[in-house]
Design a protein around this ligand. Sequence first.
Ligand code: 13P
Ligand code: SF4
Length: 305
Amino acid sequence: MSLEKLQSEVRRLLKEKNAILLAHNYQLPEIQDVADLTGDSLDLSVRAAKTDAEVIVFCGVRFMAETAAVLCPDKTVILPRLDAGCEMADMIDADALRARKASLPGVPVVTYVNSTAEVKAESDICCTSANAIKVVNSLTDADVVLMTPDQNLARYTQRHTGKKIIYWEGYCPIHEILSVEDVLKAKAEHPGALFLAHPECRPEVIDLADAVRSTTGMLAFVREAKAEEFVIGTEVGLLYPLQRQNPMKRFYPASDKMLCEHMKLTRLGDVIAALSGLKNVVHVPEEVRIRAKKAVDRMLAVPRD
Ligand code: 13P
Ligand code: SF4
């Protein structure tokens, strides 16, 4: 079947099933083009919490679909590829977090949404790369905070808060791979370009950035910037919406190695197969869901810009 026919079949099924398709900014172009909403983890969580649709098709990775299932127990949440995971989310589990909490009595836990529902359920509040600083600063009763699982997001947040941040030693392998040498090489090749880094990048890479943003934050920054060229320090999938939304500007990956295979698994055929049979439904046990929802809701209550 041609791409157009596959896309029109997805649209037909979405209507038939009263479904909405949410896609992360790193998804393949064929998926982004058919989505009702593309965005970063915060945009997608907010939209999932508000939708009237009966079915949510989540084109991203498992933790994102789980967050939607946590927020929307009365809806059917579909993850078209059940094998789309996140290496960073797998660097922590609920037992290990419970043990760490026992050694840090009274210290609130701020957990990045890139985590399982079980880990969220053990946390006081969630955050995304778009709101981590605001979330930490919202904890007015705490001088010390434990951030999990991304050490790079924690160390970036530490630069913007008076609180002491203790961190879990997880990381995103896709962002961790970006080195100072890669960035200097890209800057030398494109001397007029601004360098945008994701908070999941290493601190020495963050030091070189003209701006540090979530994926949707980068899209907003580029839209408003006078500059015409940008070196992009995040997963290469973001170059597609950047170029589509800014046809007159030029974008270069900071490194071609920044490719998350999990984010590239979902194809239109997977969406059609899952949606037509309402298969690959993501379930979160109710006892876990209720506790995880408290942490996500508390995050969503922190005012955005
Ligand atoms: P954001 O789109 O929220 O910046 O997240 C980046 C990421 O790594 C998601 O897996
Ligand atoms: Fe996880 Fe990194 Fe892939 Fe995002 S880019 S899904 S954080 S491994």
